[in-house]
Write a protein that binds this ligand. Structure first.
Ligand code: 1VU
Length: 615
């Protein structure tokens, strides 16, 4: 049995302006508050502390951009200077304690600098992934109501330059809330037109800026808001507090990932996802590591050897990525021939998360790399791993298909439909007994009630993860499926509800459903089914093309919505509930039972004929 964590003891490893005397305020569940009477600052813990302790010359951040061919390394002292200046630039625009700053940027150093500058001021950042389109951005602008937006002229994808500024302008046009200032990084690949009176170029904003000191903030002051998909189209603004995040992330770097200060940690994800927040930016910097920001892909930039090149070039100790990245590499280079061109001697372990890791991918990675390959499970809501093989505590045997055991701090419990604890290895709802450990979400932005209802109401006393699974006799957890309609496409959590809203808005569509179907490369892909309104006589293929384009335009390319079928009717229960799970089983060629409450079983045959892939 692993020892529980002494979170008060762990809190002594971070810098406080005023150390807390209390560990946990549990007077108002589920709104738990860790270290309620402390004062700290996340940026101080990420940068100033290390410079003060003599780590100023060590590389803090390395940027590698294979398509542009540019790269740069920032020492802790250099990064501190850039961040303090950016904080000064934001303060000059009126940003202060508690103000929101939205960051819509590609994988450039300035995205990290902007995040840390917000933390320095006690401003609350909200980073939006670049693969989301204007409409999704507008929804987030309206909810977070940022005073300032940080953006860039463009992002770089392998085969195209993505102009960010027109997407930003369109989002601000759509949004009810208007930011007072946009600070825009002009990249050499594309110049953005700036709107007089509202937009400032990044270089102009930084040129006159004064360096700004860290603002001490209460432990529970929000560090950031990060939007994630829920069952409905409306994203949920996950709120992370300051002190709990610093303590938990710092603890996780050694205890879970087993890295020492000074080692190079690479999370090959995007700053727009929680992995980017926790393990590109905050975790590695809190722990004095060198972190890598990679503006490339596992394949195509330029080939399936890209990851091996980066590992060798920067002497990466630990790599963290999504299984889909390894599936992409394996597809292009099944024998991992390109790996042999590089010296991977620095790499101690590979961690995989973001989606269920299929044993095949895990075994392949382990065979090729001959190092521990660790699947682990966590969520945007938790901010750091729920289940993992904690290499820094006690490495456990790897069981493919399981992210190992609950990490100390999380009491994972399987509950049945009635909320009773499942004691054998039957599948049920994966829940976590309250309180959640430090560093997990403290509420949803502007939505305390939704926080309570969505996560804590079905099983009082437990956090409902939305995943279903079981725990075996050895305590290994197996995460099998979602219990809602959220899907996972290439490690990206997406709402089918949001896609259905787009489909339903098409003038020819009377009814629709979007389901996630299994895909060998991306894990899942969305598939749309539409019923046309009476009297529509247009060519079906034109309608489908319009709908596919509309999802890309409204949600973004990240949705990878490319399959849509016109059907005569949708299968439903007699009470009118669309049978999405049954259709998903049909599409995945999984056995299914015709629900007793189905309106008309013949519909399933019609759907099956359309969507079941031919062998
Ligand atoms: C544990 C807690 C969590 O789960 S946090 C989430 C963890 N998930 C991850 O880290 C994501 C892992 N996935 C990836 O990094 C990518 O999907 C990988 C595997 C590299 C594949 O990338 P790619 O080939 O671009 O496919 P994709 O499905 O990601 O992209 C689909 C279309 O979207 C586009 N896209 C992607 N990113 C951006 C961006 N930042 N800005 C603008 N566009 C973007 C892609 O270009 C692609 O477009 P297109 O349809 O090909 O034209």
């Amino acid at each position: 049995m692993t020892k529980p964590v002494d979170w008060m003891q762990e809190a002594r490893n971070i810098h406080w302006f005023e150390a807390p005397t209390r560990l946990l305020d549990d007077s108002n569940p589920p709104f738990y508050r860790w270290y309620p009477d402390g004062l700290t600052n996340a940026c101080y813990n990420a940068l100033d502390l290390h410079v003060a302790k003599g780590r100023g010359d060590q590389a803090a951040l390395i940027v590698d951009s294979p398509v542009t061919g540019r790269g740069r390394s920032y020492s802790y002292a250099e990064l501190l200077e850039s961040v303090a200046r950016c904080a000064g630039a934001l303060a000059a625009q009126g940003v202060g304690l508690g103000d929101r700053v939205l960051i819509y940027m590609p994988m450039v150093a300035e995205a990290v600098i902007g995040m840390l500058a917000c933390a320095r001021l006690g401003a609350v950042h909200s980073v939006v992934f670049g693969g989301f389109a204007s409409n999704e951005l507008a929804v987030r602008i309206n909810d977070a109501t940022p005073r300032v937006i940080l953006s860039a002229s463009c992002g770089i994808e392998p085969t195209r330059t993505v102009a960010y500024k027109p997407l930003l302008d369109a989002a601000i046009d759509l949004a009810v809330h208007k930011p007072s200032t946009c600070i825009v990084l002009q990249r050499p690949e594309l110049h953005a037109d700036l709107l007089k009176g509202r937009d400032i170029s990044w270089s102009d904003a930084m040129a006159d800026a004064q360096m700004h000191a860290c603002v001490p903030v209460p432990s529970n002051h929000p560090l950031y808001i990060l939007y994630t998909s829920g069952t409905t189209g409306e994203p949920k603004g996950v709120v992370r507090d300051t002190a709990g995040s610093i303590v938990a992330l710092k603890w996780s770097m050694k205890s879970i990932y087993n890295v020492e200060p000074g080692e190079v940690f690479w999370a090959a994800s995007d700053v727009g996802w929680v992995v980017g927040h926790s393990y590109i930016v905050y975790g590695p910097l809190f722990s004095g590591n060198t972190t890598l920001l990679y503006e490339g892909k596992p394949v195509g930039t330029p080939d399936a050897g890209a990851f091996w090149r980066v590992i060798e070039q920067y002497q990466v100790s630990v790599l963290f990525t999504a299984p889909t990245a390894f599936r992409a590499i394996r597809k292009e280079d099944p024998q991992a021939g390109l790996m042999k061109n590089y010296d991977l001697g620095s790499l101690k372990s590979l961690f995989l998360a973001g989606e269920r890791c299929d044993p095949d991918t895990l075994n392949w990675a382990q065979e090729q790399l001959s190092i521990p390959v660790i699947d682990h499970w966590w969520q945007t809501e938790t901010g750091w791993p729920i289940c993992a093989n904690c290499l820094g505590i006690e490495p456990l045997p790897v069981v493919p298909g399981s992210p190992a055991r609950a990490v100390p701090g999380y009491d994972v419990v399987v509950l049945d439909e009635q909320g009773e604890v499942v004691t054998d290895d039957s599948i049920g709802a994966l829940t976590i007994r309250l309180p959640l450990p430090p560093g997990t979400f403290t509420t949803l932005w502007n939505a305390d009630e939704r926080y309570q209802k969505a996560y804590f109401s079905r099983f009082p006393g437990y956090y409902e993860t939305g995943d279903a699974g079981y725990i075996d006799e050895q305590g290994y957890v197996f995460v099998m499926a979602r219990t809602d309609d959220v899907i996972n496409v290439a490690g990206h959590r997406l709402s089918t509800g949001a896609m259905e809203e787009v489909l339903a808005a098409h003038p020819d569509v009377a009814e629709c459903a979007v389901i996630g179907v299994a895909d060998a490369l991306k894990g899942q892909l969305p598939l749309g089914l539409i019923v046309l309104s009476d009297g529509v006589e247009r060519d079906y293929s034109d309608i489908v093309t319009e709908i596919i384009a509309s999802v890309r335009e409204n949600i973004g390319p990240v949705a990878v919505f490319k399959q849509c079928y016109v059907v005569k009717r949708l299968p439903k229960t007699r009470s009118g509930k669309i049978l999405r799970a049954t259709m998903r089983s049909i599409a995945d060629k999984q056995p299914y039972r015709v629900p007793a409450t189905i309106d008309d079983p013949a519909i399933l045959e019609e759907i099956s004929a359309l969507i079941t892939p031919r062998d």
